[in-house]
Design a protein around this ligand. Structure first.
Ligand code: 5GP
Length: 183
C-alpha cells in the first residue's frame, strides 16, 4: 500500500486541528470584500500581495472587491523554514508598480511578531503613496508587537503555528483548504 502524504493525513485523518474552516474563510472574506469595496470606492487601489503566503487569500479577496484595482506582489523573507522568526526581514522581490500618490492596500496572510508589517510600513510609506493600509487574514494579537492599528483583520488567532490556505510547513501544505493548527 502507498504511504499516505501529509496532505492526506491532514484532510482525511484529522491529523491536525482545524482552526478556521473553509466556510468561515469564505464568509469572512466576502465581508472584507464588501467593506473594501465601500472604503476604496473611486480610489482605484493597488493591492499588494506579500508572497508566498498571501497567494490564496489575495485571489479570493480581490474577487470579493467590486472595483477597478491593480495587483502587484512583493516578496520578503524572515523565517526561512524555521517556525520561529529570525528577526531579520529582507526584500526578495520588490514592487513593479510606482505607488507614489496611489492608494495602496497590502495583503498579508498572517501577522505574527509584526516585524514584516513594520518593515513594509517603513519601506512603502517612504515611496509616498496617497494612503497605505494593511489587511491580514490572521493576526496573533497576543504576540504581535506593532505600534499602529492593522486596518483590516480576518481572524484573531492564538499564538500557535498554523498551516493551510497559503501557509506552509517547510514549503508544503499551502494547498490545504482550511487553516489548521500544527502541533
Ligand atoms: P511576522 O513575525 O513578521 O509577523 O511574520 C512573518 C511571516 O512568518 C509571515 O508572513 C508568515 O509567512 C510566517 N509565519 C508567521 N506565523 C506563521 C504561522 O503560524 N504559520 C506559518 N506557516 N507561517 C507563519
Amino acid at each position: 500500500m502507498n504511504k499516505k502524504t501529509v496532505f492526506e493525513k491532514a484532510v482525511y485523518d484529522s491529523a491536525f486541528r482545524v482552526l478556521v474552516s473553509k466556510n468561515a474563510l469564505e464568509k469572512r472574506i466576502q465581508q472584507l470584500g464588501q467593506q473594501l469595496t465601500r472604503d476604496y470606492r473611486d480610489k482605484e487601489p493597488i493591492i499588494v500581495g506579500v508572497l508566498n503566503g498571501c497567494f490564496i487569500f489575495i485571489a479570493d479577496l480581490v474577487r470579493a472587491i467590486e472595483l477597478d484595482l491593480e495587483i502587484d506582489f512583493l516578496k520578503i523573507s524572515s523565517y526561512g523554514d524555521a517556525q520561529v522568526s529570525s528577526g531579520q526581514v529582507t526584500m526578495l522581490k520588490d514592487l513593479q508598480a510606482d505607488i507614489r500618490g496611489r492608494h495602496v492596500l497590502v495583503v498579508e496572510d498572517i501577522v505574527d511578531t509584526g516585524l514584516s508589517l513594520k518593515f513594509l510600513q517603513e519601506k512603502l510609506s517612504a515611496l509616498k503613496p496617497a494612503s497605505l493600509k494593511f489587511v491580514t487574514l490572521l493576526y496573533k494579537k497576543q504576540k504581535a508587537k506593532i505600534h499602529f492599528e492593522i486596518d483590516y483583520i480576518g481572524f484573531e488567532i492564538p499564538d500557535e503555528f498554523v498551516i493551510g490556505y497559503g501557509l506552509d510547513h517547510k514549503q508544503i501544505l499551502r494547498n490545504l483548504p482550511a487553516v489548521y493548527i500544527m502541533d
